[in-house]
Write a protein that binds this ligand. Structure first.
Ligand code: NAI
Length: 701
């Protein structure tokens, strides 16, 4: 035993370094120290003829410790350690399994031979965290697979399997059967064949793979795949360096660049979101004494768009689920949709036919509410109508066993009122899934003033098997996400009335980094869906005659979005490509004339600011009113549910990057132009600017 997580075992002439740092063998400081000591021990023992490096548990090293990003640079320490293994005078074999990423793969590349069990996956996802591989990856992988394939691998950031790794040339042998047994046998056969150390660092990059055209194409690809970001371009430079430098020079270059990258906003933003996602489950006041109900059986009411997707989430988690609808045809349609979703996963090779059968068997469709009696959690997903929700919850109250959680998937209705229709308001909570429910990672968990801590904990913990990122919110119109969407969407619609084209608005937002422009989102979701929400909530809307009038104008003209091939854009049948449509633009202009909306020229910056400032500003209200627990939770909602770019860290993180005083003065500037109705700065924003403190300082109090 050389340290608590690294030990060296002997098998005659072989030394096995075995690392055990659960859950995923992250290369923490303790692991590095253990590996350093193991190296010394091996250097001192002349009887050892080869070394096998492997990990216990679910995976070989999954990567570096991202928690160290914000601390002092560690690259030199990594480099010295990895170079130490590479320099050994006896063969070093990395024996891998699981998901080998980033620093874990870089260590394997510094070993002399690499073998892996059949299901192993390898990736260098660093550019998605705004950095480049920093422990030798940019210098060693091109020496093994050529610059061209190294660039593809680093830029795609996607995992490859064993077959592809062998084809690329960084994996020597695929293991069948037990990893350790095979590793020992394979190492002995290499020794018997007289094979010695084979140092990656001593290879040169094959010149044919490292032509100027290769790097130009890669740079172009980097700009296309990672707009507004720099890390991917830096990675291209680092790989270029590998082609014309010694390993030592290349590593120096890599270290300098990766440390610059870590200071960048794109890296700080992405790392912030990474940790924010891990933290959302931490709820103050929900201590050990609060017990979650284990969910062994679930129910879903309403077999429509959302209900079907939610049932799939339960089945995927291995939880039997009863799907109830009031209507035979709707139930049949719902079950057919579930089956179609699974079938397409099988067709795309994402699921085996046997797994599909197993999951389908977990979903029981019925018209009989009494079948919900034993469910531990029931999620209601019927039409968005308060009277219907009342009826359904009263029924659930009379049927479902005591202690069960009664959840609603409502987007806009007051969950306090929904809870009033039961005799157990403490059991009622919002579970707000996003469409498609089986795909989108976000789950807004909405507590009322009466929801019990046990119900909150049950749902926050249930999110894990459902593979959702839960964010806790309190009741208000739109909760966290849709509430912040209000101003963002309002301005986009207002600008097309003022004469901007839908494409101009969407492109400005997409150029800024949003996954999809909001008007395209409306076309995808259905203009009628938005209009129904506007109608249902008209009484709460501000006295602005232009409010959401673009939606109404298109809807009045029978344009429902992609579903009937025309909305803000036009669509060819069976094709989602948006085509500019003069007819839509004329409809919007005509409505603007009726409303006497003053026309205006819009710069890209104005479009971005008018959409984003209200969005960010509302975030400060949501936080100030304690609708969200933490600023970082708001960032998670928008990055995981609304296509906000992770590299900008989410709306609250971005507000600080742009400067809170700039946001405040921006809001005031637009208030001067358009009047105060929609441009009132949030009290918390004003407070932070006046006191000159950051969000983190305010949250600490
Ligand atoms: P949908 O219209 O696709 O499905 C509603 C289903 O409920 C239908 O199958 C209908 O037959 C069934 N139903 C109606 N009355 C019933 C009753 N008394 N008992 C049992 N089943 C009944 O609706 P969708 O889009 O799935 O929405 C459901 C809920 O989810 C709504 O509250 C909506 O606001 C919310 N939501 C919808 C999202 C979306 O993108 N569609 C996103 C997030 C939440």
């Amino acid at each position: 035993m050389v340290s608590s997580c690294v030990r060296v075992e002997r098998d005659h002439e072989l030394a096995l370094i075995i690392v055990d740092n659960p859950p995923v063998n992250t290369i923490t400081a303790a692991v590095r120290e253990g590996l350093r000591q193991a190296l010394e021990e091996i250097r001192a023992d002349r009887d050892i003829r080869a070394v096998i490096l492997m990990c216990e548990g679910s995976t070989f090293f999954s990567g570096a410790d991202i928690g160290e990003f914000s601390g002092p640079p560690r690259e030199v320490e990594y480099r010295t350690l990895f170079n130490g293994y590479e320099a050994l005078g006896i063969p070093v074999v990395a024996a891998m399994h699981g998901t080998v990423m980033g620093g874990g793969l870089e260590l394997a590349l510094a070993c002399h031979y690499r073998i892996a069990s059949g299901a192993t996956r390898f990736a260098m996802p660093e550019v998605t965290l705004g950095i480049i591989p920093g422990a030798g990856g940019t210098q060693r992988i091109p020496r093994l697979v050529g610059a061209e394939r190294a660039l593809e691998f680093i830029l795609s950031a996607k995992p490859v399997g064993v077959v592809q790794a062998m084809e690329m040339g960084f994996l020597d042998h695929a293991v069948e059967g037990d990893l350790r047994t095979d590793a020992v046998a394979q190492t002995r056969s290499w020794l018997a064949a007289g094979k010695g150390p084979r140092r990656t660092g001593e290879l040169s990059v094959r010149p044919a793979t490292a032509t100027p055209e290769v790097f130009e194409r890669a740079a172009e690809q980097a700009r296309k795949l990672y707009p507004n970001r720099n890390a991917a371009l830096v990675a291209v430079e680092a790989v270029r360096k590998s082609a014309n430098s010694s390993l030592i020079e290349g590593l120096e270059f890599e270290t300098a660049r990766v440390n610059e990258c870590k200071q960048s906003t794109e890296s700080r933003g992405a790392v912030h979101v990474f940790f924010a996602e891990r933290d959302t489950r931490r709820v103050p006041g929900l201590g050990e004494d609060v017990r979650a109900t284990p969910v062994k059986e679930a129910g879903v009411v309403g077999a429509g768009t959302m209900g079907g997707g939610i049932a799939i989430c339960f089945a995927n988690a291995g939880i039997p689920v009863t799907l109830v609808d009031a209507d035979t045809a709707a139930l049949e349609r719902g079950m057919a949709n579930v089956e179609r979703t699974y079938r397409s996963m099988v067709d795309r090779g994402r699921l085996s036919a046997a797994d599909m059968a197993q999951r389908m068997a977990l979903i029981r469709g019925t018209l009989d509410f009494a079948q919900l009696r034993d469910a531990d959690v029931v999620v209601e997903a019927v039409y968005e109508s308060m009277s219907l929700k009342h009826e359904v919850f009263a029924k659930l109250d009379s049927i479902v066993k005591p202690g069960a959680v009664l959840a609603t998937n409502t987007s806009t209705l007051d969950i306090e009122k929904i809870a009033d229709s039961t005799s157990r308001p403490e059991a009622v909570i919002g579970m707000h899934f996003f469409s498609p429910a089986n795909v989108m990672p976000l789950l807004e968990v909405v507590r009322t003033t009466r929801t019990s801590p046990a119900a909150i904990k049950t749902v926050m913990e249930l999110a894990k098997p459902l593979r959702k990122t839960p964010v806790l919110a309190r009741v208000c119109y739109g909760f966290i996400g849709n509430r912040m969407m209000e101003g963002y969407a309002r301005e986009a619609e207002r600008m097309v009335l003022e004469g901007a084209t839908p494409r101009q608005v969407d492109s400005a937002l997409e150029d800024w980094g949003m996954a999809m422009g909001i008007l395209s989102v409306f076309d995808m979701a259905g203009i009628d869906v938005g209009v129904n929400v506007h109608k249902a909530n008209a009484s709460q809307y501000p006295p602005d005659p232009t409010y959401y009038q673009a939606d109404f104008a298109l809807h009045d003209a029978g344009r429902l979005g992609q579903k009937n091939g025309k909305g803000y854009y036009r669509y060819e049948k069976g094709n989602r490509t948006r085509i500019d449509d003069p007819e839509a633009i004329e409809i919007l202009r005509a409505r603007a004339r009726e409303l006497k909306t003053a026309p205006r020229q819009h710069s890209t910056v104005e479009i971005q600011e008018r959409c984003l400032f209200p969005l960010l500003n509302e975030g400060f209200r949501v936080l100030g009113e304690r609708i969200a627990l933490r600023a970082a939770d708001i960032d998670v909602v928008w990055t995981s549910g609304y296509g906000f770019p992770r590299y900008r860290g989410g709306p609250m993180f971005h507000a600080e990057v742009m400067g809170l005083e700039n946001l405040l003065s921006g809001m005031r500037r637009y208030a001067d132009t358009f009047g105060p109705m929609h441009w009132e700065p949030a009290p918390l924003l004003v407070e932070l600017v006046e006191r000159g403190i950051t969000l983190a300082e305010w949250e600490k109090r």
